[in-house]
Write a protein that binds this ligand. Structure first.
Ligand SMILES: *[C@@H]1O[C@H](CO)[C@@H](O)[C@H](O)[C@H]1NC(C)=O
Ligand SMILES: *[C@@H]1O[C@H](CO)[C@@H](O)[C@H](O)[C@H]1NC(C)=O
Ligand SMILES: *[C@@H]1O[C@H](CO)[C@@H](O)[C@H](O)[C@H]1NC(C)=O
Ligand SMILES: *[C@@H]1O[C@H](CO)[C@@H](O)[C@H](O)[C@H]1NC(C)=O
Length: 817
């Protein structure tokens, strides 16, 4: 036997051709071998996707040439680990490679850009690109000291390719076997540091991670112990031990020429041979291989002795079929929910909604997108914002964080996009440049927005007519309530969309909800709601930005508009004013920020007639105020602001008070120059010509300017400033002026800030007896605390007083309560 083996090996050596790798391949292998790249596991993804390609190819060929497919009709992958031989074997029943294929495919890289590619991976020491560049095969050397490829193509004999990297590989015709019907078997002799890949657990984990949606079954050869009652006849035992427990252990891969039991022609006679169960499993549904097999084992009737034995079986690792490729009409809601759990991995929640569609035309693809119930946490952190959509090209995962698939603001969407039209062989970077990907993105965004529109009740589902009547109204109310919950999760994202996505701005605008003066901020209002309540001749949607809707209700601009019957949207998030400014209008309605000058309410005939007369009358005061008020660009008259005498607004092209506050806060922390610029920002003042203060100021000017008038004017302005939501630049001066006015109100002389007090006449009460006891106790405790000679009596007295006070206060407080 041994002699025979030696002879076989000798002939093999003689017949093997040695081929040199193309220079680029040697260089690539060199980089791989010396790489410190930590994600060595990628090799398995590459192996599976390579096998999947080969299976796809034969399936395609089989359409025209059934002869090739008939050689081995079963399309699958099998993974075997062998701890003794330290080998990992990945086998597929794909198209296989001829002698010429092996030389060309596994020895040369015939691709433009190879040099740049090699430089890039050498520089970045990252091998992420390797698969996308189409040279994933060589990543096997990340874990393998030696790679053996046995391949059988329909039109050629079986060949064995072998290499330990370096500069060359050997290739020989395989006359010995075991023979494959068709396909490729890759045997990796694992390096010492790659022993983890001999663990079925690890393999299972990786296949789940990378290849769960591969369209072909992936089987892993696993063993487990069973207690079995067997007949005492020795023949039966022989059979068991030969076929079940040690099918591979006696055929180490370094001696591949040794025939393996499973492929011997006599296999049909042994009932428990490795290859037989596979057919059983795959012909039935993929979900029940285990039960089927166990059932078969236990059926044996003879039972006399109990023994433990190892049972080998093929476990299908990728039980989750490509759900999105199944006909949409076949799928039930439950299927979608279950798939969501698989996809979202850690989610125990049902999705909020999903869209499943097949796009045709320029780029054909299938997409299944989910909107989760809750905003994923990472969305808030912009640097980590990423999309959660997996891109498959021909069922092979290209990436799960392609920013190009969805815009940033839709980063919460999870799902799968699968296209046969995108190239799989280009690098990720160049894939991102593809026009096709932009087309995909456009369609994905449209579908997600349509879904949101439907949820918001902006757009009725197809076939659903706008209904009338009480029932329909109730339905709309329920939907709206639900949408408000969705809004709480995704409102920020939608606002970000308004800012970022110019082409979908109008659609997004229809989804926005705000607090409003309507129903005292209790009801969330959309632009369309607002529009349904317009006053006659109203052409604007009025809004104001601020910190809290409730507080804005009392802003002078809001109050005066509300009194005239106009609704005002109260925008309470920092992004709101910015987004609304970008939006500009909703349908034909102008979006008008009432925190800034430049908006005019419709005037009635009387108001129109009065305008020039009022202007003439107040010209002296307007001129005067422009001169004496700091930072004021424009002074105008506005009768609508009653009962306020005056309000201050941002310039039409500048900041509103709220926006200025936000900008200021940012500038303080980030940008001193911006702060200086902000300090130069000018405001607009609007005077109420019918207010007595304003009229009085005008009258006083007729008698000539004086310091007193200027002080009143400044105080009036500054009070209006605060009332309009601005921060004072010089609060001390403002305070000084107000004190002076208070002094006048109290009838006190001006410019006197000190009075003499007759303190001697103040009678102090005698100190009570009881506190003395406290004073005695206090020094002790104080000494205990501060064991220091510097602690003198006066200090300790102060200490007791201070100590005593809060206690009294607390007692009083609790008493009041
Ligand atoms: C495996 O990948 C290599 C390139 O990495 C390719 O040339 C070869 O054809 C692939 N093998 C199969 C069986 O698809
Ligand atoms: C990718 O493959 C297609 C055909 O399969 C080919 O036309 C194209 O040039 C390839 N691209 C690269 C970068 O190799
Ligand atoms: C006004 O708000 C209250 C309290 O939230 C609510 O119950 C009521 O339905 C709202 N009215 C309208 C017309 O929206
Ligand atoms: C609306 O405008 C028309 C035409 O300009 C005018 O006749 C009418 O009085 C206005 N209505 C109100 C309520 O201002």
């Amino acid at each position: 036997m041994r002699a025979l083996l030696v002879a076989l090996l000798a002939t093999a050596t003689v017949r093997a051709e040695t081929h040199m790798f193309q220079t680029e391949v040697s260089r690539l292998l060199d980089i791989i071998i010396n790489s410190l790249y930590s994600q060595k596991e990628v090799f398995l993804r590459e192996a599976i996707s390579n096998a999947s390609d080969a299976l796809d190819k034969i399936r395609f060929i089989g359409v025209q040439d059934s002869r090739q497919l008939d050689l081995e009709p079963e399309l699958c992958m099998r993974i075997t680990t062998d701890k003794e031989a330290e080998t990992l074997t990945i086998e597929d029943t794909g198209v296989g490679m001829s002698h010429a294929d092996l030389v060309n495919n596994l020895g040369t890289i015939a691709r433009s850009g190879t040099t740049q590619f090699l430089e890039a991976i050498a520089r970045s020491s990252s091998l992420n690109l390797i698969g996308q560049f189409g040279v994933g095969f060589y990543s096997y050397f990340l874990v393998a000291a030696e790679v053996t490829v046995i391949s059988k193509h329909a039109d050629d004999a079986q060949h064995v390719w072998r290499s330990s990297a370096g500069a060359s590989f050997t290739l020989e015709r395989d006359d010995v076997g075991p023979f494959l019907k068709r396909g490729t078997r890759v045997i990796l002799k694992l390096k010492k540091e790659a022993k983890e890949f001999l663990e079925p657990k690890r393999i299972r984990e990786l296949v789940t991670k990378y290849s769960e949606f591969i369209n072909f079954p992936i089987f892993l050869h696993v063993s487990h112990e069973v207690e079995k009652e067997i007949d005492e006849t020795p023949i039966e035992e022989d059979l068991v031990s030969n076929d079940d427990t040690t099918p591979r252990n006696d055929t180490p891969s370094s001696e591949d020429t040794t025939p393996k039991d499973e492929a011997t022609p006599s296999e049909d006679t042994t009932p428990k041979d490795d290859t037989t169960p596979i057919d059983d499993i795959t012909q039935k549904d993929d979900t029940t291989p285990k039960d089927e097999k166990d059932g078969a084992v236990e059926e044996k009737p003879v039972a006399k002795k109990k023994v433990k034995e190892t049972v080998w079986e093929w476990e299908q690792l990728n039980a989750h079929k490509a759900l999105w490729l199944r006909p949409i009409e076949e799928l039930k809601h439950d299927d979608y929910r279950q798939f969501y759990r698989v996809l979202a991995k850690d989610s125990f929640e049902d999705p909020l909604a999903w869209v499943h569609f097949r796009a045709e035309g320029e780029v054909e693809f299938t997409a299944l997108l989910y909107i989760p119930k809750r905003m994923p946490r990472q969305f808030d952190d912009e640097t980590h914002a990423k999309t959660n959509v997996r891109l498959y090209v021909r069922r092979v995962l290209i990436g799960d964080d392609f920013r190009e698939l969805l815009p940033r603001y839709l980063g919460f969407v999870q799902g799968v996009v699968d296209s046969d039209d995108l190239p799989i062989n280009v690098s990720r970077e160049s894939l991102q440049q593809l026009r096709a990907l932009k087309t995909v993105k456009k369609k994905l965004v449209r579908k997600v927005l349509e879904k949101l529109e439907r949820l918001a009740g902006v757009k009725a589902a197809e076939g659903e007519k706008a209904e009338e009547g009480a029932e329909a109204a109730e339905k709309r109310a329920t939907r709206r309530k639900r949408y408000e919950d969705i809004w709480k999760e995704y409102g920020k994202a939608i606002k970000l969309g308004v800012v970022d996505d110019a082409s979908n701005r109008d659609k997004l605008a229809a989804l926005l909800l705000y607090r409003s003066t309507f129903n005292d901020t209790q009801t969330l209002v959309s632009f369309a709601d607002y529009k349904s309540r317009l006053q006659p001749n109203q052409t604007d949607i009025f809004y104001l930005g601020g910190d809290a809707a409730k507080d804005m209700l009392t802003a002078p601009m809001v109050r005066s508009l509300a009194r005239l019957g106009y609704e005002v949207l109260l925008m309470d998030e920092p992004i709101d004013e910015y987004a609304t400014q970008i939006l500009g209008k909703f349908n034909d309605l102008k979006l008008t920020n009432i925190g800034k000058a430049g908006f005019k309410l419709p005037q009635n005939e009387q108001e129109k007639a009065d305008e020039p007369r009022l202007a003439k009358l107040y010209q002296p005061l307007v001129d005067y105020l422009r001169r004496v008020l700091p930072d004021v660009a424009k002074v105008t008259l506005n009768a609508h602001i009653a009962p306020e005498p005056l309000i201050v607004l941002g310039a039409e092209m500048g900041y509103s008070a709220h926006l200025e506050k936000i900008a200021r806060a940012q500038a303080v922390t980030h940008n001193a120059d911006q702060l200086n610029t902000l300090n130069l920002v000018k405001r607009n003042v609007q005077l109420n010509p019918f207010h007595p203060f304003v009229k009085e100021l005008l009258d006083r000017l007729t008698g000539g300017e004086n310091a007193e008038t200027e002080r009143v004017a400044l105080s009036l302005y500054e009070t209006g400033l605060v009332n309009s939501g601005y921060a004072l630049r010089e609060p001390a001066k403002f305070a000084a002026r107000v004190y002076r006015l208070l002094g006048q109100a109290l009838g006190l002389p001006a410019d006197v800030d000190h009075v003499e007090l007759d303190l001697a006449s103040v009678q102090l009460e005698e100190p009570a007896k009881e506190p003395v006891a406290d004073e005695e106790a206090a020094p002790e405790s104080f000494d205990e605390l501060v064991d220091s000679p510097a602690a003198t009596d006066p200090v300790s007295v102060d200490q007791t007083a201070a100590d005593a006070q809060p206690a009294d206060g607390v007692e009083q407080l609790s008493g009041e309560l």
